[in-house]
Design a protein around this ligand. Sequence first.
Ligand code: 5GP
Length: 212
Amino acid sequence: MQGKLIIISSPSGGGKGTLIREVRACLPDLGFSVSHTTRGQRFGEEDGREYFFTDKDEFERMIAAGEFLEYAEVHGNLYGTSLEESRKVAKSGKDLIVEIDVQGALQILEKLPGDCVSIFILPPSFDVLEARLTARGTEGDAELRTRLKNAFNEVLQYSKFQYVVINEDLPAATRQIVSIICAERQCRDRQEAAIKGILDSFDASKHRFNGD
Ligand code: 5GP
């Protein structure tokens, strides 16, 4: 079965990190694309797990060498999905979660339209977004303000995505994303090999009914 890129975007504070952790716990066969970023490492983050933490020179070298499937400047830092990470899909045949901002999502949707499932996570309101981002406590005041200001534009991009999940209640939103991924796996074109095997078994038994 051919794997898909499951693109998940939301404004900062939309809760996609937590949601993705829950979804991966429900569907352990999902792969996860580790992005490169020039932003500083947060407490508790591990290089190669949340991100490949990369300096600006190396990031720019990778851009020049054409090593990114997509990249974008987000809240003043560079973030990108390397071609190497996205090739994991082709190699493994498994679905791969790609957690990226809207600019990056649009680049991938344009390059690989048939290989993607796009999901936009909306917070239930601006106030909830602000409260979540503030409670997370990972940004200083100026950075927090930038992220909130950028969210006004980002929420309007929901219309470019196939699916929208409103993240009000974590278990409900997790179930919705798991349902989308499971439904996508049942698409006819992803089951051609299995269907062929079944139809072959029918063919093999057809002779028994000749003359009926
Ligand atoms: P954070 O700094 O909070 O980890 O991420 C900031 C934003 O960058 C989030 O919206 C996140 O989804 C986005 N982001 C993370 N990785 C990538 C990537 O590889 N490409 C793009 N375009 N955005 C990314």
